[in-house]
Each structure stands twice: as structure tokens, then as C-alpha cells.
Design a protein around this ligand. Structure first.
Ligand code: HEM
Length: 143
């Protein structure tokens, strides 16, 4: 079996884990704001644990390994084209979203969150556009 196919399979597996966490963490932030608004101290403490484990246990390893196997495919096997440049631009928006999630993780951890439920609901939807764009670009490879 060609190694490139193993690398691509691992790239897709870790992309799925990254995306799963990217869509779940802001949703936790929505409910965390509700718990804080309702002075639910137990809920607040529980969300802090869930968010920390999701960010460091799934989201960040998923991001790192998606990029490692993606760059291996791109630079290791020379799979590229104009579509790759647009894809990388969209990947940068996912990385910006990832860093924003980290900043909010710390704010909740320290009890300093100032963002509203609505803000996190909108933040939750944005990566959908990058995901659609990336998958269409890499599968259709438009020139
Ligand atoms: C630095 C980041 C990334 C790089 C360098 C990269 C690079 C690549 C390359 C070179 C391929 C092989 C294309 C082919 O064989 O036709 C590939 C496949 C793929 N990539 Fe990425 N990728 C990255 C991030 C992502 C992300 C964030 C996603 C999704 C959100 C993604 C989704 C996919 C999918 C679905 C495939 C399989 C396409 C197919 O088999 O036709 N990639 N990637």
C-alpha cells in the first residue's frame, strides 16, 4: 500500500478531530456564560474542566497533526497547485479561530470573561465557511 495514502488518511482523521473540537468548544462557552449568569458555581467549575480537556486533549493535538500530515503531503509528496494557496489562507482563519478559543479559555479560567452568549453563538458558526471552502478546494482543485 502506498505510504502517501496512509499519510492522507491520517491527515483526514486528525482534521475531523480538530473540526469536531472547533465546533464544540464555542458551544461550551455559550452554556458557560449561562451558568455564570445564573450564579451556578458548580456549572462554572465543570465547564472550566471540560473546556480545558477539550482544548488541550483533542483540539490542539488535532490541529498540530492535521498540519504535520498536510505539510507532509504538500512538501513531502509535492501535491500542490493554486488551490493549495487558497486552502492555506482558509487554514490560517481556522488557526486564528483556534487562538481566539485559547484566549477565551484563559478568560473563563480566570473568571474574566466579558463576551456574551450571542458572541459565542456567532463564533460557533464561522468555521463552517472555512470547512466548506477547504474541502471544495482540495477535492475539486479549481485552477
Ligand atoms: C497546513 C494545513 C494543510 C495542508 C498543508 C494540507 C495539504 C493537503 C494536501 C497536499 C492534500 C492532498 C490532496 C490530494 O492528494 O489530492 C490534502 C488532502 C486533504 N485535506 Fe488538507 N491540508 C491542510 C489542512 C487541512 C484542513 C484544515 C482541512 C479541513 C478542514 C483539510 C482537508 C483535507 C481533505 C478532506 C483532504 C482529502 C482530499 C482528497 O482526498 O481528495 N486539510 N491536504
Amino acid at each position: 500500500m502506498q505510504t502517501v495514502l496512509w499519510v492522507k488518511a491520517l491527515h483526514i482523521i486528525f482534521m475531523v478531530t480538530w473540526m469536531a473540537a472547533i465546533f464544540y468548544l464555542p458551544r461550551l462557552y455559550v452554556y458557560h456564560v449561562q451558568a455564570i449568569t445564573e450564579n451556578d458555581a458548580k456549572g462554572d467549575a465543570r465547564f472550566k474542566i471540560m473546556e480545558r480537556k477539550l482544548f488541550w486533549g483533542i483540539m490542539t493535538p488535532g490541529a498540530v497533526l492535521t498540519i504535520v500530515f498536510g505539510v507532509w503531503l504538500w512538501l513531502g509528496y509535492g501535491i500542490t497547485g493554486k488551490w493549495m494557496m487558497w486552502k492555506l489562507l482558509l487554514v490560517l482563519t481556522l488557526l486564528a479561530h483556534h487562538i481566539a478559543c485559547f484566549i477565551h479559555l484563559r478568560a473563563f479560567r480566570d473568571g474574566h470573561n466579558t463576551r456574551s452568549e450571542k458572541y459565542f453563538r456567532i463564533m460557533n458558526e464561522l468555521p463552517v465557511f472555512a470547512l466548506f471552502g477547504i474541502v471544495f478546494l482540495v477535492v475539486l482543485k479549481p485552477n
